[in-house]
Design a protein around this ligand. Structure first.
Ligand code: SF4
Ligand code: SF4
Length: 93
């Protein structure tokens, strides 16, 4: 997806981050995500983010399913304010 509601997808900082200290390498997140956001890093035996902007804006499915609570997303309140401003500014020069 190159745009989300008229905003360039790369202007929207919504994607998972993985805490490598917590990740147990179960690959559950890779199995559940159909968008190729995550991949397994064989060198460290943990998941990593490889295509952040393929992540569906406001999806948190992988984080909900991670047994180690290793996946984080932007703070919801901060993100709501950010995206509301972005949408309001959409179309302005
Ligand atoms: S689901 Fe969680 S613990 Fe399992 S590989 Fe993904 S980030 Fe690591
Ligand atoms: S939040 Fe959804 S789209 Fe984004 S990486 Fe996780 S499962 Fe994939």
């Amino acid at each position: 997806m190159t745009e989300w509601r008229g905003i360039p997808r790369t202007d929207i900082p919504w994607f998972p981050t993985i805490d490598a200290e917590k990740c147990i390498g179960c690959r559950e997140c890779i199995s559940i995500c159909k968008n190729g956001v995550l991949a397994f890093d064989e060198a460290i035996r943990k998941s990593k983010v490889v295509n952040p902007y393929n992540c569906v804006v406001e999806c948190r499915t992988c984080a909900r399913l991670c047994p180690a609570e290793a996946i984080g997303f932007p703070d919801a309140t901060w993100f709501n304010e950010f995206i509301t401003e972005k949408l309001a500014a959409r179309g302005k020069p």
